[in-house]
Design a protein around this ligand. Sequence first.
Ligand code: PXG
Length: 460
Amino acid sequence: MNIRLDAPRSTAEYQALDAAHHIHAFVDQKALNAEGPRVIVRGEGLALWDSDGKRYLDGMSGLWCTNLGYGRKDLAAAASHQLEQLPYYNLFFHTTHPAVVELSELLFSLLPDHYSHAIYTNSGSEANEVLIRTVRRYWQILGKPQKKIMIGRWNGYHGSTLAATALGGMKSMHEMGGMIPDVAHIDEPYWFAHEGNLSPEAFGLRAARQLEEKILELGAENVAAFVAEPFQGAGGMIFPPESYWPEIQRICRQYDVLLCADEVIGGFGRTGEWFAHEYFGFEPDTLSIAKGLTSGYIPMGGLILSKRMAQVLVEQGGVFAHGLTYSGHPVAAAVAIANLKALRDEGIVTQVKQETGPYLQRCLREAFGDHPLIGEIQGTGLVAALQFAEDKTSRKRFANENEMAWQCRTFGFEEGLIIRSTLGRMIMAPALVASHADIDELVDKTRMAVDRTARAYGRL
Ligand code: PXG
């Protein structure tokens, strides 16, 4: 029996068929059809190969998700075994199965003691859809149904489904229409982009206090929750000043507003802690998870609830009118278990915290600390951003920073490196299994791409 795809085709053939039938994500499809997409055919560790045999170092873990890198046989074996044992069963109609039970046991052994229950989904967007429904249900049960406004942040990203788009703060996405009611936004804590003279700490407090102002404007009795990524991923890998999260937590507690962390990118070891909120030192009421939960080998996400919220939903809530056909899918759960065991038992998260994370951060600061194009280097663990700036001291940004960053990304691809650009920032998040040699290659190739950009724009 042939269990493989058809025999390999030429790049041109793949591109022609793709153009004929497929609408891609976040792209002008007509322009992409003219250019032809890269066809990625294989991965091993941090390396990817395209259909022309060119090798790339993947500096982005796919889309922030392949925390264990490519080619893990244990994850493939876990999926294969579960497919043979029980490929599907649902969790409706008073039923459960061993894979989802064991996943929950393992997950809550890794999470702080503050959390007790999960609602499983297939993606991060769905996790945030469920978040909105769950938070509103929570306040209904407590006799406060008017508490339903969700506050998110401009330039935050929470997914591409309807309510997740509304909750996020990507204006181009909002402009496509279909916004939902009872959602509000405050500014992002992006110190480098602020035009005044505040220190990072003072700016962080000011950014957090916008939440207080917004709650007072809307009426605390109407506000259900504040939702944010501990550090913004898709928005440019923006780390808030240290003063930010403690102040946000104070405000949420003072006004009885739930604090919801979107850990879809930050979770599962990226910062060197299991979850990014642990790195920033705050205690959210909910965590949205996906991506690194399965290292992206198979789709799975979820919403984690604090004991306090779960207690209300379980003990006082009656029927919770929500469910997805594939919630807690047994194959996804089996892969998640294998993934989490590897992250834990191979000491990968600890290694990011103690060794490879500090090494990447040190190398980036050595390579770019005095670079004429770079104004700021942010990051911790195995996530980092380089901010382009015309003048580092005054934080003056290039008028065409977006175009420069895109050019830098293109040079990166030419050098065999996958790195991402967002506005004027180059961002990277390599697999957590990155070795010193992988990190050296990542930094060297990034340096080549940034130098080529500096030369192209007459800055070197
Ligand atoms: N929350 C966060 C914080 C995310 O980063 C989602 C939710 C949605 O997850 P799903 O699984 O529904 O895609 C994400 C997704 C980028 C990029 O350009 C980032 C994401 C998705 C697509 C592109 O950095 N993150």
